[in-house]
Design a protein around this ligand. Sequence first.
Ligand SMILES: [Zn+2]
Length: 173
Amino acid sequence: MVQNKCCHIFAIRKVDLEQKKRKICKRCGFVDYKNPKIVTGSLVIKNKKILLCKRAIFPSYGKWTFPSGYLDRSETPEEGAIREAKEEVNIKIKLRKLFIVFTLRKKNLIQFVFLAKHLNKTYKPGIETLEARYFNYKDIPWKSLAFPSVTFTLKKIAKLPKKLPIFHTIIRD
Ligand SMILES: [Zn+2]
């Protein structure tokens, strides 16, 4: 999104070639397109165990998820997934495959999930993580997962579909 010194004052007008109604600033002409935000993350698997992080941030504080977060400016989904794993659990990862692309329509958000390998030996929670742990599949805390997308992803990993990535839209998020 374009940032400038203007304190935007928005009006709803038809602005572009398609003549769709959008929020446009009456002072500077900035158009608030509301393009989807992009989240990227990784499912890190080691000795058949899955790395999960307990969130130290809202929403879903205290719930488990895999390392993921918003893309930075001009970052690729791959770079973002690697950076998030480093920030959230202090691990170095290698991405193997794009696993799932989610569209969370109501949240106006697209999420990439990669399968990844943990390269270094250790891991340690970062500031956005209360605790990090490798779980055996049967021990996954299903009732304490942070988001429906986490549940979906972990269910799919049980029996890896032949065709990757899987494209999935979450309706109730
Ligand atoms: Zn403005």
